[in-house]
Design a protein around this ligand. Sequence first.
Ligand SMILES: Nc1nc2c(ncn2[C@@H]2O[C@H](COP(=O)(O)OP(=O)(O)OP(=O)(O)O)[C@@H](O)[C@H]2O)c(=O)[nH]1
Ligand SMILES: [Mg+2]
Length: 303
Amino acid sequence: MAGTSLIGRLRASLAKGRDLLTGDIFRTGGSWDAAALDELESRLLLADVGVDATEWLIERLKRSRTDERSASAQLVDLVTELLETVEQPIDVRADAKPFVVLVVGVNGTGKTTTIGKLAARWSAAGHSLLLAAGDTYRAAAIEQLSAWGDRTGSIVAAQSSGADPAAVVFDALSTAARRGTDIVIADTAGRLHTADNLMDELKKIKRVIGRFDAAAPHETLLVIDASQGQNALAQAAEFDRALGVTGLVITKLDGTAKGGILLAIARQQRIPVRFVAVGESADDLLSFEARAFAQALVGAEPA
Ligand SMILES: Nc1nc2c(ncn2[C@@H]2O[C@H](COP(=O)(O)OP(=O)(O)OP(=O)(O)O)[C@@H](O)[C@H]2O)c(=O)[nH]1
Ligand SMILES: [Mg+2]
């Protein structure tokens, strides 16, 4: 996808009249005076940027000289600088066969949908895929994953609902190894991050994957829902502590979310953001690019 259209799609999703920077912020003509900084500060906090990242930005703007470039370009540069610390695309290594991705996250954040989108993306790139139905709580979860399997031409490894998720995933890995499949993506049930017994089950799945290949899972991908704001941040901390999260997907940026949560993540969690999602269909998963996201968030027009 071309850079411009990426910004455009993010703009359409994030903006909706909620740009961080709009003309009316400068009542005295395009400079970062105290009133403009105050107004920006409250907009940042309202957009889920969080206190830490907001202070980081405001401090830097205070020290900057505004006449050099437009204030908007300055803010885009600073937000980009912050977001670049978590801009690190996923590296699907060909020498890891299969490359194993374990997908985790609380109830309803978009795990299964994200797996479908990843399958579409990676099969279009020429990889063979196997989707492991590690959410065995509900029959509907297995059906949902199977539908994505059909749609993307991926094999789905599933057992009946109620089966041991770790066993499902282990069998899936054996099947993938036998068939020479490139990538295995394991779905898991939605978890309450405060429920230790459920987190224990995820740890067990991870251990079983490690027994299959000591280097796996090669990616432990946490899916968080941007509209959950600071709660999503708490989930990132909790899952990281329990499982060691290697990448994030931030979903539902097309909804009421303001997107500032990514700045809070960059300041506080420092976990690479692999993808952002702006809708329910296969092409609504975008590779995370710091500058494009910064432009969309600030409300700058695509260059
Ligand atoms: N608007 C919007 N909806 C999304 C996005 N991602 C997922 N959804 C929707 O969110 C709902 C939940 O998605 P799932 O993929 O089932 O979420 P899950 O994490 O697998 O849920 P559980 O398996 O119940 O834990 C579905 O209706 C999805 O279509 C997104 O980026 N934008
Ligand atoms: Mg699911």
